[in-house]
Design a protein around this ligand. Structure first.
Ligand SMILES: [Zn+2]
Length: 214
């Protein structure tokens, strides 16, 4: 069962107060409309009834997908003791547990895990695209606005490197990524029960630390 609460919110633009509905829990299978609103980001979008300005409100949210066996926790705070106990139970039930710090990461993570793709592999593929993009002088690293997972089709992963309103697609065979991960499998191990945050910073830290040890 999904759950939400109504909270008083002060408009950051006009300073007037009004009620917004904030979701704590979304159950994707039981509420497919809420699942769609998570993918689009609409669930976080609100409009001030006084000055009509639209803005995003990001509150902690637990997203459960039972058929695909994953739980995503949208939160800027790391896991606490209470959640850790629950996480250990879910981990034993083979749920993939992830924490996301931003709405952008959250919506992308749902798509990756619904596709049944290893998100560690996706972050590695995105990192490889970043290196290829900058090494081949296709653009400056500071011009990159985002690197996005698109989909996997016929064993090929599509990643889009965006620079402002332009984008460049990279097609990467999944078998190639699997081979790359196998070469260094220990490096990519994660502690599932800690709701790890598998994102761009995570992979950068991983390579920075392993370079430091070498
Ligand atoms: Zn307002």
């Amino acid at each position: 069962m999904s759950s939400s609460r109504t909270v008083k919110y002060t408009c950051p633009y006009c300073g007037k107060e009004f009620d917004i509905e904030v979701y704590d829990l979304v159950h994707a299978e039981k509420d497919p409309d809420l699942r769609d609103r998570c993918i689009s980001g609409d669930i976080f979008r609100h409009s001030c009834p006084h000055c009509k300005t639209d803005f995003m409100v990001q509150a902690p949210l637990v997203y459960v997908d039972e058929p695909n066996k994953f739980v995503i926790w949208l939160s800027t705070q790391p896991v606490n003791e209470t959640l850790r106990k629950l996480a250990e139970t879910l981990d034993r039930q083979k749920y993939r547990l992830r924490r996301c710090e931003t709405v952008q990461e959250f919506t992308e993570k749902i798509e990756i895990l619904e596709d049944g793709i290893d998100d560690v592999m996706v972050e590695l593929a995105k990192y490889d695209c970043f290196i290829e993009f900058t090494d081949n002088k296709k653009g400056n690293p500071e011009d990159i606005t985002s690197i996005e997972y698109q989909r996997v089709e016929n064993g090929v992963m599509k990643i889009n490197v965006r620079t402002g309103d332009k984008g460049m697609s990279f097609l990467i065979p999944v078998s190639m990524m699997e081979a790359e991960m196998e070469e260094n499998s220990e490096l990519y191990e994660t502690d599932n029960a800690s709701f790890p945050c598998i994102n761009r910073n995570w992979i950068i830290d991983l390579f920075t630390e392993s370079a430091g040890e070498a």
